[in-house]
Design a protein around this ligand. Structure first.
Ligand SMILES: [Zn+2]
Ligand SMILES: [Zn+2]
Length: 277
């Protein structure tokens, strides 16, 4: 079984805690160490639970805490070689303990098989990842920042139990919103971010009887609303005859309650119990 805890997601930081049968990974560390520590506390967890950090790409909202957190908590950082090289020249610095992912194939880390696929985005080497719990076979796919859906991506996301997928913007809100034209073009362009409609179409393609849960990530706070993103996703999944109703949107500022690949309910995050951050 795998448990997925979204510690926060959006353009101001992303971090996803993934627990498997034999260990735990953090996917992305787009918060500073103080904020990360608070998010773990809010989720009633501790950073020492994490065996390794896996980075999707070097942008600050995914990697700004990587070097400091890996130093503080002795996390080994796994990412593609171009991403690790890009980190080394960023202000946040290079992590001390790094292991480059081979360009293809499956890496084995903390009891997970890690597969990864390049996705189009204006980073040096952005990757979608599928984490398979080697003991149970449970599979979680994570697609953050992607400008469009490459041809290989739906097949890469085959037989998932949980899909975490960027649903960044509503196209009408973006085009009518306050962002300057070049930024609108960057976001909606092929190297930017997935719209609600693009995310919904991809999820509908990947939907199958074993898919238990879809988590919407990286929602824009300016060009989207959870209601719009959830509505687009639910409509597409209904048309694809997906019978479950486990679609949630991850907030930027709070952890989301844990989501389990066996369909069980995890402990609610502390923030959702009213304990605050
Ligand atoms: Zn991002
Ligand atoms: Zn990015």
């Amino acid at each position: 079984m795998i448990t997925v805890t979204m510690l926060g997601s959006g353009s101001r930081g992303n971090a996803i805690l993934v627990d498997g049968s034999e260990g735990s990974l953090l996917v992305d560390a787009g918060f500073g160490v103080r904020t990360l520590a608070k998010r773990f506390e809010a989720a009633q967890r501790v950073p020492d639970d994490v065996g390794a950090l896996l980075l999707t790409h070097e942008h600050i909202d995914h990697a700004c805490g990587a070097a400091a957190a890996s130093d503080r908590w002795s996390w080994t950082v796994h990412a593609s070689a171009p991403t690790l090289a890009a980190l080394a020249v960023q202000a946040s610095g290079a992590p001390g303990l790094t292991v480059p992912l081979a360009p293809s194939g499956t890496a084995q880390v903390c009891g997970f098989g890690i597969e990864h696929l390049p996705v189009p985005h204006d980073a040096v080497d952005c990757r979608a990842v599928v984490l398979t719990d080697m003991q149970s076979g449970a599979r979680v796919g994570i697609v953050l920042d992607a400008g469009h859906v490459p041809e290989e991506l739906p097949a890469f996301l085959d037989r998932l139990d949980v899909l975490v997928l960027e649903s960044n913007h509503d196209s009408a809100l973006l085009s009518n919103g306050p962002y300057p034209w070049p930024l609108k073009q960057r976001i909606s362009g092929g190297q930017g971010h997935l719209s609600n409609a693009e995310a919904a179409q991809l999820a509908a393609t990947c939907a199958h009887r074993g898919l238990r849960s879809v988590v919407l990530a990286h929602l824009s706070e300016t060009n989207n609303t959870p209601a719009l993103a959830l509505s687009a996703m639910r409509e597409a999944l209904r048309k694809a005859n997906w019978r479950r109703d486990s679609v949630t949107a991850a907030p930027q500022r709070l952890p989301l309650s844990p989501i389990r690949t066996d369909g069980g309910v995890g402990r609610p995050a502390a923030t959702q119990l009213g304990l605050g951050l």
